[in-house]
Design a protein around this ligand. Sequence first.
Ligand code: ADP
Length: 483
Amino acid sequence: MSRSSPLQWSRRSALVNYAVAVLSVVAALVAALLLEPDMHSSPFVSLSLCAIMFSAWFGGLGPGLFATALSVAGFTYYFVPPIGFAVAPTDLPRVVLLAVTALFVVWLNVARRGTESALRRSEAYLADAQRLSHTGSFGWRIASGNIVWSKETYRIFGVDETVKPTSDLILQCVHPDDRELVLHEINRAALGKPSYDYEHRLLMPNGAIKHLTVRTHRVKYESGEEELVGALMDVTATRETQEALDTARAELARVTRVTALGQMSASIAHEVNQPLAAIATSASAGLRWLTREVPEIGEARACVNHIAEEANRASEIMRSIRDLARRADPEVVALDINAVIDETVALVKQEALNHRVTVQVQLAPELPLVRGDRIQLQQVIINLAINGIQAMVAGIDRARVLTIRTERRESDQVLVAVQDVGIGTEPEGLDRLFAAFYTTKPDGMGMGLSICRSIIEAHGGRVWASRNIGPGMTFQFTVSAYR
Ligand code: ADP
């Protein structure tokens, strides 16, 4: 609680309040007795009213009433004839008038004091709320340029409360990379934008960085004066947690990609071996054409071309695998989702064949480019495809087909569906499949679908599972078109 807390008013000893009331009335009495001989009328009424007012202001209702009682007694005793506490009936109205006026003064003071105390209390609550929520407030008179900060705003900016805030001071504290943005927002606000909302960073003297969100609106007073009134929130902790979470999530996604690659290693080795075997065959054939008595240059050239094509194919496969395994920050670009699917199918095709699964690809023509990270979307498709293949492995005697489909959804969405004819799942457990660590496989991690969901949601899309009318399941996701 701040030092000027109103609670301290009530904590002050009642004894002090009453002592102050006594002293004020005694002072008024002594002054009146000393001054009376030089004046035509008694100054005690005015002086005692001052004493009562002071006592009520200082100590509240009790001391105010006490000072009233003392004043009425002192007035009756010293200034209303006959001397003593007796009052002649003709003087009674003077005494009553003093008492009524005094009570009125006490009432006024107590009422004002109550309002003041409520105001202080609410100010203290506001200051506490600002401190607890790391939210400062500010006002900026547009015509005069006068800026007012709350205590918390001073604390957030790391500026001493004796310093007068100015736009130069604000810009000095802003991170150099964000100064242009802040200046732009300030100018827009000054030019009449009714409200604005933005984020920027502060660079503190010790090199630390703070993240702020600022929300401001323009207020027009009856006087015609305009002020920008706003709140700024220190969201550094949230941003840092978010960044740590993003890093952990990216690392987890990479680990599961590498795990998926591990699961597919036999198929990948086969996939790379195929072009290598083709290269070896073409090389021997080429040599044979060249070592003929009359070398067949045309045939040999065809062999060399074939070698080059196969070498490119092998290196494409290696590139895809390296990309999937490397740690990379997401790179959102315009992607041809059909091409991403083709590339992914090349990686899972052999895995499918090893399990006697046929992969069918039904790609819609003329899809718009989508907005996404190629590796992350590949990871989603690989996860869904491998799950589909695994769901068809155990005891399925029908033709095992994995269908990967694309279609246009609304004007700005593309849908990708991965459909299997596998064991399926219970209808009530569909959403549970996406929960982290949910798995029904003996060696499963239960992270694949949960990562798929976080990747797709980070892309602004949606992923869901449904049971097919026939056997098996379909997993579908949407991604936004690149605009
Ligand atoms: P994991 O594959 O390690 O178990 P996932 O998050 O990829 O982790 O999958 C979670 C669970 O969802 C699986 O264990 C399985 O029970 C279920 N599941 C996923 N895909 C399918 C599918 N195509 N058919 C049936 N069940 C599936």
